[in-house]
Design a protein. Structure first.
Length: 367
């Protein structure tokens, strides 16, 4: 059988720096755990624009459709700010998400104990926090028609439409239930069924899908209450499933409970392919960070944790994903910090590759 395939798209700025570190981690798993991947690398964002005049070449798009998983760094930078909208680096990312039909966006909010002081909440509320928000990514009010700004009675009116089919709600719900099965078997669905018909349908469909996952404990919550509960007692949640708009807001809110942008991974999943694996793209939440590019200051952990998600959700290597996450936890507990994780200016930061050195040493020690 051939090895699972991985397409690496480092992109721009620190995307290239953190992805170089992920490659070292991939090599470690190949050498020490006999996990072999067919890895190919290509351009996206500004890097692709510089070479091809477009932020994603058709050949790269075709490759992304064929591989078992895509791992993306970050795109964008000041050099590209004045480009026409149609060729901006971000369009490369959007094209990947759209053409791969990645409808379930997974945003974990995980707080390593050693970083609990970094949160804006009290450490005891966030220490050990581990929740997963599943946001429906391809429908809802950001895409619904009619939309636009028009004149009515001499006044401008802005219109957007929240629209969900039951099929759209259902496929995201299945992804969320599947995830809950791999975690603590608790799912909370969030909508506004009290004031929105789309919310009533959402609640009905999620309840129907629940019949196929009787082991999962399902609860429903209005999204505004959900926001309140996330900052009041976030540890009550395991998996949260919500729509595109509420998910956009709730996932940013939950992620920031845990501290630095340099720590946050994400995954976007689509329908299963012929081999049963979902179409998938993994990427850190952060951007290309032009302010620190080329200085060896970037924290590679968000990107390395994105690879851990790929191990778990695309390659069924949950044990090795946990091994990698545990190594990161150990390194942080030992006080190893990149600059973004230091509040005290007198402390010493390790470099991007220094952080990976420490993670690889912890991985070695785990054998
Ligand atoms: P950003 O995430 O790049 O940076 C925000 C701040 O966080 C900066 O101070 C940066 O130094 C810091 N930071 C981010 N990641 C870090 C890491 N791994 N380690 C240490 N510090 C880190 O957001 P921005 O400055 O608003 O955007 C910069 C560029 O990135 C823009 O062109 C934007 O369009 C693009 N962007 C891309 C993505 C993506 O590719 N998914 C996401 C957001 C922004």
């Amino acid at each position: 059988m051939s090895n699972p395939s991985l397409l690496i798209l480092p992109g721009d700025g620190i995307g290239q720096e953190v992805m170089a570190e992920v490659r070292r981690v991939i090599d470690w798993f190949g050498a020490k755990r006999d996990l072999q991947f067919d890895v190919s690398e290509d351009l996206v964002g500004g890097a692709a624009y510089d070479k091809h005049g477009v932020p994603l070449h058709d050949d790269t798009m075709a490759k992304a459709q064929e591989v078992d998983a895509v791992l993306l760094g970050a795109v964008g930078g000041p050099k590209y700010d004045d480009l026409d909208f149609s060729v901006k680096p971000e369009r490369g990312l959007l094209r990947l998400r759209k053409e791969m039909d990645l409808f379930a966006n997974l945003r974990p909010a995980q707080c390593f104990d050693a970083l609990a002081d970094f949160s804006s909440l009290k450490p005891e509320l966030v220490a050990g926090l581990d929740i997963m928000i599943v946001r429906e990514l391809t429908s809802g009010v950001y895409f619904g028609e009619p939309r636009g700004i028009h004149m009515e009675d001499n006044m401008r009116v802005g219109v957007n439409t929240q629209r969900y089919t039951e099929a759209e709600i259902e496929r995201g719900a299945r992804a969320a239930f599947e995830l809950a099965m791999k975690r603590d078997k608790k799912l909370c669905s969030m909508e506004k069924a009290n004031v929105m018909e789309s919310g009533i349908l959402w609640r009905d469909v999620v309840t129907e899908v629940h019949a196929d996952y009787p082991e999962v404990e399902l609860s429903h919550m209005y999204a505004d209450n959900g926001a309140m509960q996330l900052v009041r007692a976030p540890k009550q949640f395991d998996v949260i499933y919500t729509d595109n708009l509420f998910g956009d807001i709730l996932s940013d809110c939950a992620a920031m409970l845990t501290g630095s942008l340099g720590m946050l991974p994400s995954a976007s999943l689509g329908s299963p392919m012929e081999n049963g694996r979902p179409k998938a793209m993994y990427e850190p939440v952060h951007g290309s960070a032009p302010d620190i590019t080329g200085q060896g200051k970037a924290n590679p952990i968000a990107c390395i944790l994105s690879f851990a998600m790929a191990l778990r959700y695309s390659f069924d290597q949950g044990e090795d994903a946990t091994r990698l996450e545990t190594a990161i936890e150990k390194v942080l507990a030992d006080g190893v910090r990149t600059g973004d994780l230091l509040s005290d200016e007198n402390s010493t930061a390790v470099s991007t590759s220094g952080m990976t050195d420490a993670i690889l040493a912890a991985l070695d020690a785990s054998l």
